[in-house]
Design a protein around this ligand. Structure first.
Ligand SMILES: N[C@@H](CCC[C@H](N)C(=O)O)C(=O)O
Length: 258
């Protein structure tokens, strides 16, 4: 049996994209998904995303981390999926889709995708860090000399040591200038640093505003894979109208045989 896959990247966070509206993909085969995501024995990606039919909106997002297990919400993956839906002719300029954390709205112009994320009402202050959920759980920690920081060592230590089996994604952030931050993320489920993490930079932007490191409600973030922007409205109830904006690009296409 064979089916077509596409590869997309959003600021270097890369995904295998499969149109599974026919339902043929073996969704429960964790090893198969992990093998496809393997960078030496497979296609190579930080995750795999299925585009599926949804009864009430344009489509459904089903996301797997590169370890083959279903993940929580993926912000960059969601943006890439919107670009894929446009490529398939399912949408033109706007999309509404269901994901594991609920309904999302998005707009696309050229290769720029703006994705509306869920509201954030709870932020936990920890020692030198913040913990919040932007569709996925995120630890946000300010550090100095981010470029030389050992993200893998410290990220994996916190991921397992502090957050146990369930784990968390771990973000390290350094302010660059007013309204601009540099971020590096250790991703749960990839179990390594990725070039960018969409729900991660969203969590960083909100945490930095909450910590009064920035007053603007539009925040620019530099990741190793490119730049993203996060916008929100902040009031005493928390953070709403949260959006994640950045490029999402198709990289190549191929055939999977099994
Ligand atoms: N790359 C992602 C984050 C994906 C979620 C994650 N690794 C998990 O399941 O914890 C993004 O862009 O948000």
């Amino acid at each position: 049996m064979a089916f077509t896959f596409y590869k997309y990247q959003g600021t270097g966070n890369d995904f295998i994209m499969i149109d599974n509206r026919s339902g043929i993909f073996p969704k429960k085969d964790t090893d198969f998904v992990a093998r496809l995501c393997d960078r030496r024995f497979g296609i190579g990606a930080d995750g795999l995303i299925l585009l599926e039919n949804d009864e009430s909106v344009d489509f459904k997002m089903v996301y797997y981390n590169s370890d083959g297990n279903p993940g929580s919400m993926c912000g960059n993956g969601g943006r890439c999926l919107v670009a894929f839906a446009k490529f398939l002719g399912l949408i033109t300029l706007e999309a509404k889709f269901n994901a594991v954390d609920g309904l999302h709205f998005a707009t696309i112009k050229g290769d720029m995708v703006e994705l509306i994320m869920g509201n954030v009402t709870e932020i936990e202050t920890k020692k030198n860090a913040y913990y919040l959920n932007t569709g996925s759980p995120h630890h946000v920690q300010l550090v100095k000399h981010l470029q030389d920081f050992d993200v893998y060592k410290e990220g994996s230590r916190l991921r397992y040591g502090v957050y146990g089996k369930k784990g968390s994604n771990i973000n390290f952030v350094e302010p660059i200038s007013e309204g601009l931050f540099a971020v590096r993320t250790y991703e749960r489920g990839v179990e390594d640093e990725t070039l960018s993490c969409g729900t991660g930079v969203t969590a960083v932007a909100i945490a930095m505003h909450y910590a009064k490191k920035v007053s603007s409600e539009t925040i620019d973030i530099e990741t190793k894979g490119g730049n993203l922007q996060v916008r929100f409205s902040a009031d005493s109830n928390g953070y709403s109208n949260v959006s994640l904006i950045g490029p999402a690009k198709q990289v190549f296409k191929g055939e999977i045989e099994w």
